[in-house]
Design a protein around this ligand. Structure first.
Ligand code: FMN
Ligand code: SF4
Length: 414
């Protein structure tokens, strides 16, 4: 299977620029610099690349929303906040191939006529900050970044910014607020970052994996990328798999790869002779699938949606038959209650209320009406808030309860 993201992952010294250049690193950037920025955007559009941060929005189209003749500078912000439970794919890229990210960012910046860019790194990833900073320093020393990128009449600076470890700062407008030095509160959209983003200027926020896909696309052409995957989900995708599998880790597969093959082959299957019970395919914010619902499902945006879930961030969590679903849901609900920024009443009150009811249920203090109350709280949160964090809590609450209701009822005294 072709690798477009993890192709260098087993190579030693990928954090040494000399080795990186030997294996052809930054050749795609040099090719991009010989192209017109507009042609570059068309190339990314033609590749069919969709944002890997969770929403799956077409990358080239997002770039084309940036106004061409603004009197303000354009910014590219790399979203390296990766805090979605179960998701650890961006971390792998940054730890093992930081120059791939820098090359992808430089390509995106050139296409967007951006001269100043930031990597917003999750606070808990301080250990990766050292690797990224070393790679940035090397890129400056080699003339890849700075006043004359690869010797061309194009200046680019990339700075690393370490967040403070708040899940909400991965939401793009919250990330922008945080980078501006403010509290990480999501903004009401519109206006969108494309016109009013960082410092009220045109801004593109892209995920690490999205940006890392660019060097391969430019080096090999959009047609080669679009030839992989399905009709609407192109290219390859990283999945981080955790939970009850023999080989947890990060794997790259072509879009449209069968979910059960991924669990049984790439991930080594469910260990200890136990049965598969459920799978969360795309991070804790997406609906859970029962084992029988996973049969025939493909790992792409459309197939997972049809199956009643979503591809999300690609953070797959596998549950075997020993998992008690109310307990798993309680852990997830506690997370969202803790991470709500508190701006919107339905989210601030709803996430905390749901988490409390679930803790009560598990402690054996629940009653049957509590189960329907949880579903009602989910209805009251859905679609009524500034950002989708509340909806991210709704998806697991609703799907866990409707698909495993008897397990919740067993915990109730009446
Ligand atoms: C609560 C919340 C947390 C998010 N966390 C992340 C994150 O950690 N990393 C990320 O890339 N996108 C995250 N997103 C999505 C971003 O808002 C944004 O859509 C994404 O960075 C766009 O990049 P892409 O187009 O390359 O996918 C989050 C969204 C929400 C609502
Ligand atoms: S939905 Fe929740 S996290 Fe998002 S802005 Fe409202 S309160 Fe904050």
């Amino acid at each position: 299977m072709i690798k477009t993201l993890l192709m260098n992952i087993d190579e030693p010294d990928q954090v040494e620029i000399g080795r990186v250049r030997e294996r052809g690193g930054y050749a795609a950037l040099e090719k991009a610099l010989r192209m017109e920025p507009a042609a570059l955007i068309e190339e990314v559009k033609a590749s069919g690349l969709r944002g890997r941060g969770g929403a799956g929005f077409p990358t080239g189209m997002k770039w084309s929303f940036v106004p061409k003749n603004s009197d303000k500078p354009t910014y590219l912000l790399c979203n390296a906040d990766e805090s979605e439970p179960g998701t650890f794919k961006d971390r792998k890229l940054m730890e093992c191939d930081p120059h791939l990210l820098i090359e992808g960012m430089a390509i995106a910046c050139y296409a967007l006529d951006c001269h100043l860019s930031y990597i917003y790194l999750r606070g808990e990833f301080e250990f990766i900050a050292h690797t990224l900073q070393k790679a940035l320093d090397e890129a400056y020393e080699a003339g890849i970044l700075g006043p004359s990128v690869c010797g061309r009449d194009y200046a680019l600076d990339i700075y690393l910014h370490l967040g403070q470890g708040a899940y909400i700062c991965g939401e793009e407008t919250s990330l922008i607020e945080s980078l501006e030095g403010n509290r990480g509160y999501p903004r009401i959209k519109p206006p969108f970052p494309a016109t009013h983003g960082f410092l009220a200027s045109p801004t593109v926020v892209n995920n690490v994996e999205t940006l890392c896909a660019l060097p391969w696309i430019i080096a090999n052409g959009s047609a080669a990328y679009a030839a992989m995957g399905t009709e609407k989900s192109k290219g390859t995708k990283l999945f981080s798999v955790s939970g009850h599998v023999a080989k947890p880790g990060v794997y790259e597969v072509e879009m449209g790869y069968p979910l059960m093959d991924f669990i049984n082959n790439e991930s080594g299957g469910v260990p200890n002779g136990r049965k598969l019970k459920a799978v969360i395919p795309g991070g804790s914010s997406v609906p859970v699938l029962r084992a029988e619902e996973c049969e025939g499902v493909l790992l792409d945006y459309e197939s997972l949606l049809k199956a009643g879930s979503m591809l999300g961030s690609g953070g797959m969590i596998v549950f075997d038959e020993t998992v008690r679903m109310p307990e798993a849901l309680s852990v997830i609900a506690d997370f969202y209650a803790h991470e709500s920024c508190g701006q919107c009443t339905p989210c601030r009150e709803g996430t905390g209320w749901a988490a409390k009811i679930l803790r009560n249920l598990i402690a054996g203090k629940g009653k049957r009406p509590d189960i329907d109350l949880l579903l009602k709280i989910a209805d009251m949160m859905e679609g009524k808030t500034i950002c989708p964090l509340a909806d991210a809590d709704v998806m697991p609450i609703r799907s866990f309860i409707t698909k495993f209701r008897s397990e919740f009822e067993e915990l109730c005294s009446n």
